[in-house]
Ligand binder design. Structure first.
Ligand code: NI
Length: 134
């Protein structure tokens, strides 16, 4: 790293304290290493979002299957977008909760739209879209 550049960053004290605590948990040896990772993450995310090429994402949803009609609704949306949804894995977490993970391919804006639609379905407790770029 002979072309490394140093720069100063102003951060509120309490924010830095929380950050340092997390660094220890994540086994980072120093702040620079953690910040480099954050910058790389940010750039990958940007590249992914701005791309017009076909990319891949994975969406994980947690939902309560006791909620009337939710399983049917989620399946219906996936059928409507079957050209983008590559695969779905369903896991029965406990008596009430289900986890569904979907592999989605397409343009980033299409993937984002499908993910938002699924995440905002009534009864979905948590949804997270993971983005990736090759
Ligand atoms: Ni289930």
């Amino acid at each position: 790293m002979n072309d490394t550049k140093r720069f100063g960053v102003s951060v509120p004290q309490d924010l830095l304290k929380k950050f340092d605590e997390k660094l220890e948990e994540k086994m980072y040896s120093n702040r620079s290493e953690a910040i480099r990772d954050l910058i790389r993450d940010f750039l990958v995310k940007k590249k992914w979002e701005e791309s017009d090429e076909e990319v891949y994402g994975s969406l994980t949803l947690i939902y309560d299957h006791d909620k009337k009609g939710i399983s049917d609704k989620l399946t219906e949306i996936q059928h409507e977008d079957h050209t983008h949804i590559v695969s779905t894995m369903h896991i029965h977490l406990d008596k009430h909760n289900c986890m569904e993970t979907m592999a989605i391919k397409g343009r980033p804006q299409d993937i984002r739209k499908i993910a938002d639609r699924l995440k905002s379905t009534k009864g979905v407790k948590h949804g997270k879209l993971m983005m990736t770029s090759v």
